[in-house]
Design a protein around this ligand. Structure first.
Ligand code: ATP
Ligand code: MG
Length: 392
């Protein structure tokens, strides 16, 4: 049993000794049985939040309204959530009301997919009310209960379905997929940030391209920013050779497939609520990709792009099947006489001491020196630069 579970067992035992039930639940059990890396564990209990707080001396009210208390115990911290049911869902995204309940089965019923509705006690006994174990073996993502109703309650689940499909290399059970197709119009009820997080996980999952095909087939893609009416351009994605390795390459690939230019790129990134930092990274990748597709980039282009952007652009070209001599480009980058302005043999102070007047022309001169050095027309030494200055 992975350490994350082992260290939590005393916490569950303490709940049990006080007369409550306590289980590991949700994605952590799924990942345990699939022998995937466990990054977090969820604990569910019949104890009400107030009862959890009485039992442990150090607790934090993480999401107490929804029944979640964080317990600090023996150097670890554990999120413990009271068994609950959810009712309402008037807005297609969050329950109007959560009700704490004493039995596990009610709690498992509200979970999205059968493989996510498994629980395990401290003895290792698995509770499986919906044949989640069978679906784990069959590699199926299947909604718990009536899929239409479940997606109507919470439209984010449709994105979770394709995301899990990608991450786990599973397929969607037929009725679950049909229900997504029927309910896809509800997706825009969900906030873009939450859709984006699932979309990125889908794009970076092991089965990204197959999941993307389902994302298109079910028309979920019609309900996300800037994808409406673009299914033809996007239909290239499932036939790409490789998956993007990280988030900025994923966005760059999509932007290139959508043939977005200049300002459109920033708007696209902004509509998806991406950070300015992510947007800047993606813009640099797309710009270098365009350059590389047209001609061989100059030393100046490589300098301006920087190593990180260069490597990611090579990755993006690789994904898109754009021929590029990666080795030669990296060798050329590594052979640049300077890789940052700090590596210039002179600085502003040196130039002033050499008689250049302070002001905007100083900055211009530094840029000229940088360009000449990168072009191989000037050596990056104080002597060579002084000689150049003396020639006026
Ligand atoms: P991850 O590997 O990303 O953590 P996960 O399935 O554990 O995947 P979480 O968001 O951590 O996802 O949720 C934990 C558990 O809570 C899920 O396994 C599932 O049982 C339940 N759950 C999460 N989101 C929903 C939802 N929108 N509807 C129903 N149940 C959900
Ligand atoms: Mg989880």
């Amino acid at each position: 049993l992975p350490a994350l579970f082992v260290t939590a067992i005393p916490v569950l035992k303490k709940l049990e000794q006080a007369g409550f039930e306590a289980y590991f639940v949700g994605g952590s059990i799924r990942d345990l049985l699939l022998q995937r890396d466990i990054h977090d564990i969820d604990i569910a209990t019949s104890a009400y939040p107030e009862e959890v707080k009485q039992l442990f001396s150090k607790t934090i009210d993480t999401g107490i309204k929804h029944g979640t208390v964080t317990v600090l115990y023996d150097h670890g911290s554990y999120e413990i959530t009271t068994f609950r049911t959810e009712t309402g869902y008037q807005d297609f995204r969050r329950p109007d009301q959560v009700t704490f309940v004493r039995n596990l089965s009610e709690d498992l019923k509200r979970r999205d997919f059968t493989i996510n509705a498994l629980a395990m006690n401290t003895e290792g006994l698995i509770v499986d009310l919906f044949d989640g174990l069978g679906d784990l073996e069959r590699h199926l993502i299947k909604a718990v209960g009536n899929p239409m109703q479940r997606f109507h309650e919470d439209a984010l689940r449709m994105m979770r379905a394709v995301r899990l499909m990608s991450q786990l290399k599973f397929t969607l059970e037929d009725k679950t997929q049909a229900a997504i197709k029927d309910m896809h119009q509800l997706l825009p009820k969900i906030s873009v940030e939450r859709i984006r997080d699932e979309f990125v996980k889908m794009g970076l999952g092991a089965n990204s391209r197959a999941a993307f095909q389902v994302f298109l087939d079910t028309q979920l893609s019609e309900g996300v920013p800037n994808f409406t009416g673009k299914s033809e351009l996007l239909s290239v994605y499932p036939s790409l050779e490789f998956n993007p390795a990280e988030e900025s390459s994923l966005w760059a690939v999509i932007i290139i497939l959508l043939k977005l230019q200049n300002k459109e790129i920033a708007h696209f990134m902004h509509d998806w609520k991406n950070s300015n930092a992510m947007t800047a990274k993606v813009e640099k990748i797309v710009a270098l990709f365009d350059l590389i597709s047209e001609r061989s980039p100059s030393n100046y282009d490589l300098f301006e792009a920087g190593k990180e952007t260069l490597l990611k652009t090579i990755d993006v070209a690789h994904i898109l099947g754009q021929p590029v001599n990666a080795e030669a480009l990296v060798d050329r980058y590594l052979a640049l006489p300077i890789k940052s302005l700090a590596e210039l043999a002179v600085d502003g102070q040196f130039l002033i001491a050499a008689g250049v007047a302070p002001g905007p022309q100083l900055g211009q001169l530094l840029t000229t020196l940088k360009q000449k050095i990168l072009a191989g027309e000037l050596e990056n030494t104080q002597e060579a630069i002084s000689t150049y200055l003396a020639q006026g």
